[in-house]
Design a protein around this ligand. Structure first.
Ligand code: 5AD
Ligand code: SF4
Length: 441
């Protein structure tokens, strides 16, 4: 049975920043095919760009599908993309009949052909991990927001025992130097003043520059620093074992590299880190943080923590709290361990009871919340630049990001402006900035 080709689309991304990036690229691809962006309530095609990292995230897609299937304005064509698509592939339309199309994270450049298949009533499932890069087949970047994402590296070879990423995103691959530089130039030409380089192991990025020299992420950052118009560079997510001296040094002397580092340690017990296959211990992580702080004393340290990994005792968990106290985070994410089918940890003995995980997560989040507030308060009275990204809730109010990735609210200013503000007050989630008096005079 054939159907009318969709004229409009809506992309809903879940999970990590790479999904946000992929979602933007899929939107650009559909725009290049002549489709227009629309709201979720009226679009002819709704694409759910899914996350598989924890069970809760993965299950959410099915409730969304159910809701779309019963949509008042009629059922749209439903596409499932992202990591659930990769992990569950043809199982998805079997479980949820309303799904018309499934496309994995390495195959989405083929979306137009898959939409045509779905229109023609053919099965449209593509979770290939082709050798050729999808990036080469995608249309160029369009003008966009002042702060842009740019994927430079994808996949992971680390195989932490809890994690699905090596299976859903595939092996570690770095995009070539010239592809990254070209895309960065296009983003800056389109209005980006800040670029966040993305990768599951972004600091493992490696490539050859124009002169054929092998460079790491620090080399790429130094080249991007020289791009006229690009004011700020960030990167995420990093693995402790790929944190080179060159990258640490870049934090000391590359002005556009923002003083922020997301460097997950995951747990504070060496025994648990070993069971997680993290290939680093607590002491080496803390030494690394010291070296980074020596290079850039005001750097904001972010991280990820998992509580309730199989076998985690009360004493192990206390060690996680101890690490958090030693690091002193500006912010950090924390999660209850979620067993994922196919990963080694899912079948390990001594899985932790849910109520124990709940209690540990609460204690950890209370501590991280205190640290975040303390970090924010410590910036009161400081003068810094913020990049205005969007309007705030109140009339005339704008929201920008500080160098330390805090949300700062100010009165006035234009989206895309870098403005100097003095931090006047601070809450746990956001700060209030004021134009310094001398600037107003
Ligand atoms: N359960 C809970 N948290 C997980 N993460 C990855 N896999 C799992 C899992 N199975 C967390 C890690 C990682 C972040 C992106 O998600 O902390 O750094
Ligand atoms: Fe997952 Fe570990 Fe790779 Fe991070 S380093 S993506 S947690 S396997």
């Amino acid at each position: 049975m054939s159907r009318t080709p969709p004229k409009s689309f809506h992309v809903k991304s879940f999970g990590c920043q790479m999904n946000v990036y992929d979602g933007a690229r899929m939107a650009e691809l559909m725009q290049a095919e002549g489709m227009i962006e629309a709201g979720a309530d009226e679009a002819d095609l709704v694409l759910l760009n899914t996350c598989h990292i924890r069970e809760k995230a993965a299950e959410k897609v099915y409730s969304d599908i159910g809701r779309l299937a019963r949509r008042e304005s009629g059922k749209p064509m439903i596409a499932v993309a992202g990591c659930v698509a990769q992990a569950e592939a043809a199982e998805i339309p079997k479980r949820a009949k309303a799904v018309d199309l499934v496309v994995g994270p390495q195959a989405y450049h083929r979306l137009p052909g898959l939409i045509a298949d779905a229109v023609a009533g053919r099965q449209a499932v593509d979770t290939d991990m082709p050798a050729a890069s999808k990036f080469d087949a995608l249309p160029g970047r369009r003008a966009g927001a002042p702060s842009a994402f740019l994927t430079v590296q994808e996949g992971c070879d680390k195989f932490c025992t809890y994690c699905v990423v090596p299976y859903t995103r595939g092996a570690e691959v770095s995009r070539p130097w010239s592809a990254v530089m070209d895309e960065a130039r296009a983003l800056v030409d389109g209005g980006a003043r800040e670029i966040t380089l993305l990768g599951q192991n972004v600091n493992a990025w490696e490539g050859e520059d124009e002169k054929g020299r092998t460079r790491g992420l620090d080399g790429l950052i130094r080249a991007l620093d020289a791009l006229p118009g690009l004011k700020r560079i960030r990167y995420t997510t990093s693995h402790p074992n790929d944190m080179t001296q060159g990258l640490i040094a870049a934090h000391a002397d590359v002005e556009s590299l923002m003083p922020f580092l997301h460097l997950p340690v995951q747990a504070g017990s060496d025994r648990i880190l070993k069971a997680m296959n993290r290939a680093h211990d607590v002491a080496s992580y803390l030494r690394l943080i010291e070296r980074v702080r020596a290079a850039r004393p005001d750097i904001a340290i972010s991280g990820d923590y998992i509580v309730g990994f199989p076998g985690e005792s009360d004493a192990d968990f206390e060690q996680t709290l101890a690490v958090v106290r030693k690091v002193g985070h500006a912010q950090a994410f924390s999660f209850k361990y979620s067993p994922r089918a196919g990963t080694p940890a899912a079948t390990m003995a001594d899985q932790i009871a849910p109520q124990v995980m709940d209690e540990r997560l609460q204690r950890l989040q209370a501590l991280l919340g205190e640290q975040q507030l303390a970090f924010n308060r410590a910036t009161i009275g400081r003068t810094c630049e913020i990049l205005i990204e969007r309007s705030g809730k109140l009339p005339g109010q704008k929201l920008g990001k500080s160098p330390w990735l805090q949300s700062v609210l100010i009165d006035g200013g234009e989206i895309g402006d870098l403005v100097e503000v003095e931090i006047a007050s601070a809450g746990p989630q956001s700060l209030i900035g004021e134009r310094p008096r001398r600037a107003a005079a």
